[in-house]
Each structure stands twice: as structure tokens, then as C-alpha cells.
Design a protein. Structure first.
Ligand code: SF4
Length: 231
């Protein structure tokens, strides 16, 4: 049977490869946090989300315990998602400025979002082994998202996870690619990598990452995509 994004998503949701993460997600879903006590948590791995014809792939780290792990959609229902979706909306990639629930009518245009680990990890830190176990899903999405020309990595761990996946596909890459906010790298074949600090509260509340500095990265992405169109 031919692979598809829907098939990848179904397999992700049923995945049990990482016992530590599966236990943690279920436990968070059972105990909840006070402000969401009346809600049914998703509590399962969270699949990628977006436009199958996307030219922009956004690669994040992992769902948040009371965000994606509660709502079942990446960057949905938490402050990181508020920041990310507002910016994607300003740039024309999202049809709404907020992302609060799976049935909120949010839709992405020309953009697909996926994490390098699809289960919420304790302390927001998946282990390298957990990220490696989850890599197969990223690789399948990468293969299926054939129109991607820009990859925006949110944070160094997301970048390392994405590049590790690319290396496994035998794509020739330089040994070292620098991570710094706003840096970009040519990945060959008309595809460009864009680096940003992660949209976590730790970065956005401290001013390390501001809407303006994130918009500047998205503006570079848009310029690259419009050049790719005309090229
Ligand atoms: S992190 Fe990925 S590989 Fe591990 S259990 Fe979750 S979906 Fe499966």
C-alpha cells in the first residue's frame, strides 16, 4: 500500500515505541492541570499538521504536556502555539491567528508543522534515543511532502533532529551547519534551511525571541519561496 500523510498520522497516534514518554503522556492526561480539569486530554502521540502541498515545513521539538498532549494537535492550546500561529497568520500561512483546539477551524496554507518527537516529554526534553525512534515518521513526511522548498527549524534540537533524518536519506550535507537565530543554509535542490530560536515561553517571555525577530525569519522564508516560484 502506498504511503500517505494520513497513514503516517494514524501510525503515529498508535505508536508505543517509547515507554517513558507514553507513560508520561498518559499520566499527564489522567492527572491534568487545575485549569483544564474539566477537559478530556488527548494523551497520545501527536501527528504532524498542515497542507500536504506545503512548500514550508516547520520542524518543532515535541508537544507540550498541556498543549498538544491535551488538544491532540501540534502547537495547539499553549503559549508557544499562540506565538507561532499568530506569526504564521501574519505571514499568510495560517487562516487564523490562534490555535486552540482540533475543531477550531484553523488551517495551514503552504505550510506543514511537525515535531522531531511526537510525544510530550517530561521537562520538555526528549532523549536522543527517543528522537531517533521517532525519526522514521519525520522521514516519511519528508518523502511525502514533495513540494517543500523551505524548512524552518525551531531551536537547535529540532535542527539536529531534522539534519540527522536528512543524513539518513544520504543527502550530501556539510559536516557542520551553524545554528543561530536568522541563519539560513542551502540544502541543495532549491531547498533552504532557516533557523529560529524555539517559540517556547522561555524564549518569548524573556524577549530572546520577539514577534519582530520571528517575523524577520518568516520574511526570509517568503522571499526564498517567491524566488523559487520565479526561478
Ligand atoms: S516519541 Fe515518537 S517514536 Fe516515541 S512513542 Fe511517541 S510517537 Fe512513538
Amino acid at each position: 500500500m502506498a504511503d500517505s500523510l494520513a497513514r503516517v498520522s494514524r501510525e503515529v497516534v498508535d505508536c508505543e515505541r517509547c515507554p517513558r514518554l507514553r507513560h508520561w503522556c498518559r499520566e499527564v492526561a489522567r492527572t491534568k492541570v487545575k485549569r483544564f480539569q474539566d477537559q478530556d486530554y488527548w494523551g497520545r502521540p501527536v501527528p504532524g499538521f498542515g497542507d500536504p502541498r506545503a512548500r514550508l515545513l516547520v520542524v518543532g521539538l515535541a508537544p507540550a504536556a498541556h498543549g498538544g498532549n491535551r488538544t491532540g494537535r501540534v502547537f495547539t492550546g499553549d503559549r508557544s502555539g499562540d506565538f507561532l500561529f499568530a506569526a504564521l497568520h501574519r505571514a499568510g500561512f495560517a487562516n487564523r491567528p490562534e490555535s486552540v483546539a482540533r475543531d477550531d477551524g484553523q488551517g495551514l496554507r503552504d505550510c506543514y508543522i511537525t515535531p522531531v518527537a511526537r510525544c510530550a516529554p517530561p521537562a520538555n526534553k526528549p532523549t536522543p534515543a527517543e528522537i531517533a525512534r521517532c525519526r522514521e515518521y519525520l522521514e516519511r513526511e519528508w518523502t511525502l511532502l514533495k513540494r517543500v522548498r523551505a524548512v524552518l527549524v525551531l531551536g537547535r534540537i529540532a535542527m539536529d533532529g531534522f539534519l540527522a533524518m536528512l543524513r539518513e536519506t544520504d543527502r550530501p550535507l556539510p559536516r557542520h551547519l551553524e545554528f543561530a537565530h536568522g541563519t539560513t543554509h542551502d540544502l541543495g535542490g532549491g531547498i533552504r534551511l532557516f533557523c529560529s530560536y524555539h517559540v517556547s515561553q522561555q524564549n518569548t517571555f524573556t524577549g530572546r525571541l520577539t514577534p519582530r525577530s520571528f517575523d524577520a525569519v518568516l520574511a526570509k522564508v517568503e522571499r526564498h519561496l517567491s524566488r523559487a516560484d520565479s526561478g
